[in-house]
Ligand binder design. Structure first.
Ligand SMILES: [Zn+2]
Length: 317
């Protein structure tokens, strides 16, 4: 089978590798779609340490092709979103049956269990309540997912902020009650005006940038919650902690490492998706074959007009 190996800065190479052998509690999944994740961008730009090779890819959906001898809950041909930590940019992955979630009959490029889990767990951890005023900073793929899940909780104001008009247009189409172009308007002023001067109950930071982190403190009410969904890498971040302290914010680190939590989030996301309670319509915007994986990552880096999410697709699905 073919698999993408990261061998240098911005340099995936397609290799030939044996189809993985499965253990008794695993299934072989023929990969249909493998999402390109923002968390993988920096490792791609930098490349692995000299002489080392990486096999990323963790947002996988596909079709069960073979069952381990102990697997009873799945059948060959089942369409699934799965949890893998690596080697997902490949034609096949071996995955524990317990880490497979039914994808129903919807498009497999939306059945990306891992980002669904992140967004679902973020909304659960922030405990969005009925009639809350919520701000989502960042209208990229994760911000869009968080926005859609927050809306399911039944909030009053759902304000989405970004600097990209195309992303804001998408957020508006998804049902934001107010979109704010931060290059044109002062977000804290807009939020204060909408909330009687009080500020938002919860602000979700979905960009992974220093500026958005600081903005969260300016949009959130006293004793409100700041949920950090963005993936913060690189230089240390600074926040005005004296102010945050005085404001008695609850900081929710919406980043999850505990396996049971991740699997629960996947189950929640896939249940909502397959029941069509949650829509991912229009969120996967760019599709590439495996041979063009470097172009897929370059698209994530460059974020052309209309970009939300790139995926690698495999022709046999
Ligand atoms: Zn991911």
């Amino acid at each position: 089978m073919r698999i993408a190996a990261l061998r240098g800065p911005e340099a995936f190479e397609i290799e030939s590798a044996p189809v993985p052998a499965i253990r008794s509690d695993e299934v072989l999944v023929r990969v249909a779609v493998s999402g390109v994740c923002a968390s993988e961008l920096e490792p791609w730009v930098d490349g692995p340490p000299p002489g080392e090779v990486r096999y990323p890819g963790h947002e996988v959906s596909g079709v069960v092709a073979e069952l381990g001898t102990e697997v009873t809950e799945l059948e060959v041909g089942d369409r699934v979103g799965v949890w893998v930590t690596e080697r997902g940019f490949a034609e096949y992955v071996a995955v524990r049956a317990a880490y497979c979630f039914p994808a129903g009959d919807g498009p497999l490029d939306e059945a990306l269990a891992e980002p669904l889990a992140c967004a679902a767990n973020a909304v659960e951890a922030a405990d969005v309540r009925l009639s809350d005023d919520v701000v989502v900073i960042g209208a990229g793929f994760m911000g869009n997912l968080v926005q859609n899940l927050v809306a399911l909780r039944g909030v009053r104001n759902l304000v989405v902020a970004d600097a990209r008009p195309d992303a804001l247009a998408r957020a508006a189409a998804l049902g934001a009650t107010r979109v704010v172009d931060v290059t044109q308007e002062h977000l804290p002023d807009v939020v204060r005006a909408l909330t009687g001067g009080r500020g938002a109950d919860i602000t979700f930071e979905c960009t992974g940038t220093q500026g958005a982190l600081v903005a969260c403190g300016e949009t959130t009410r006293m004793s409100g919650k700041i949920a950090i969904v963005g993936y913060h890498q690189g230089p240390a971040r600074e926040v005005p902690l004296a102010y945050w302290n005085w404001m008695a914010f609850t900081i929710v680190n919406a980043h999850f490492r505990d396996l049971a939590t991740i699997l629960r989030g996947m189950s929640i996301g896939m249940r909502l998706l397959t029941a069509r309670v949650l829509s991912m319509d229009g969120l996967v915007t760019h599709r590439f074959p495996l041979e063009r994986i470097n172009d897929a990552f370059a698209t994530l880096r460059d974020k052309p007009e209309g970009f939300a999410k790139a995926v690698i697709t495999f022709p046999h699905e």
